[in-house]
Design a protein around this ligand. Structure first.
Ligand SMILES: [Zn+2]
Length: 408
């Protein structure tokens, strides 16, 4: 197939106009917002013009379908409240270009998907999680966003767009191209990352209860200071898990709510988020045990108590070996010495779709490792390289998979 780089870049630039932030090429396009739905309508038009059959499903996942069995390519076009022009958009527009070029070349058959709410206004990778059966629709409908709107209310904005579900059985594989959203490729001056696996995530809220009191009259020895307990917990945990984590393991206390949060009061309560990510399920469990042990020990020392919410998360996901091999061979052929195998530390729709069909991912560099910010960027020559490798990988995969039926 003959890819048209100018047409691809032009579509990416056009998509960036929907919800343009006015800062660099940034976008404000949260799921189900006006600019999000307008962008999806525009993409639906483009799909139709290419000759794909357009179908929105009941939650707004947008499919551009080719007849019969096909390979599915895509990602998502919703953004974080402050997002960049490439996150998700690259995978959808790249899929459109490959679908169009393959249509012009007479194959392989490519369908395109634009998943809804990958950025998790309501859940975690909501649209693909529902489509792949990870999240029941009835449960999703009850999820409420930060402003109090329910998922059911949000998806009602689809109006007459919403049709039936698309049968996953019509696709033989799913491939998602995405910006890395991290510094590895950029720092090592590489062009392509073939994703080996997507790390698992655990997330919970912890509350430590001490005793709120006067900061001038309460002697240090008599305090039950919730903040001091948290500070001690954070430092102790770092030391305790250092011996068995890998350089890819990450853990974060990203949100802290101190009560009453006043300069002259010994804090009585602190609530905080505790999130950790790792490629190994066993290590995720090991860290979880360590978090509980450390909380127990530290809280006893400080004379305070703690409680935790149920840890939620997503299990680590291995990418399909045959898809990885096709992408590796394509990368080796087109950009020898410029590609590596690497894990994904960020969550993607591919982690859900992998439950339904052979799935793989391809990364291109993020300049400075920046993403989820208006200044996110990638050199167009890296975008073109990603597109070329993805197309070559898809072609290899299709030939390989359809070869036995040809000779049968
Ligand atoms: Zn994304």
């Amino acid at each position: 197939m003959k890819l048209n780089h100018a047409r691809f870049l032009n579509r990416l630039e056009t998509l960036a106009q929907f919800g343009a932030s006015g800062v660099f090429k940034g976008v404000v396009r949260p799921a189900y917002s006006e600019p999000d739905l307008a962008a999806r309508d525009w993409i639906a038009q483009e799909m139709e013009q290419i000759g794909l059959e357009v179908q929105f499903d009941p939650v707004g996942n947008l499919f551009g379908l080719t007849e019969g069995q096909s390979i599915l390519l895509g990602s998502h076009t919703d953004s974080q409240p402050q997002g960049g022009w490439l996150d998700g958009a690259l995978g959808v527009i790249g899929a459109l270009e490959i679908a169009q070029a393959s249509m012009e070349a007479g194959g392989p058959p490519i369908s395109v998907v634009n998943f809804q709410d990958e950025e998790g206004r309501f859940g975690v990778t909501t649209g693909s999680a529902i489509w792949s059966g990870v999240l029941p629709l009835e449960q999703a409908d009850r999820i409420v966003d930060a402003r109090g709107e329910s998922f059911a209310q949000a998806r009602s904005k689809l109006g007459t767009r919403a049709q039936g579900w698309v049968d996953p059985a019509r696709f033989s594989a799913f491939l998602e191209m995405h910006i890395e959203q991290g510094p590895v490729l950029d720092q090592r001056e590489l062009g392509i990352g073939v994703v080996s696996n997507i790390v698992g995530i655990r997330d919970m809220r912890v509350q430590i209860d001490g005793e709120q009191n006067h900061a001038g009259t309460t002697p240090m020895s008599m305090r039950k200071d919730a903040f001091q307990a948290l500070a001690s917990f954070a430092v102790t945990l770092n030391a305790k898990i250092a011996s068995y984590v890998t350089h890819e393991t990450v853990w974060t206390i990203g949100h802290v709510d101190l009560v009453p949060n006043a300069a002259s009061v010994v804090p009585g309560t602190v609530t905080f988020s505790m999130q950790w990510r790792d490629a190994s399920l066993a290590r995720l469990d090991q860290i979880q045990d360590c978090i509980f042990d450390t909380l127990q020990m530290v809280c006893a020392e400080h004379g305070v108590t703690f409680s935790c919410s149920e840890p939620l998360g997503i299990v680590p996901t291995q990418m399909d070996q045959s898809v990885q091999t096709a992408l590796q061979h394509a990368a080796q052929e087109l950009t020898p010495s410029l590609w590596i195998d690497m894990p994904s530390g960020a969550l993607h729709d591919a982690a859900n779709v992998a439950k339904l069909m052979p799935t793989g991912m391809l990364f291109v560099p993020s300049i400075g490792g920046l993403s989820h910010t208006f200044t996110e960027h990638t050199d167009p020559k890296d975008l073109f390289r990603g597109l070329d490798v993805l197309a070559a990988g898809v072609t290899r995969l299709w030939r390989r998979n359809s070869f036995p039926s040809h000779i049968a």
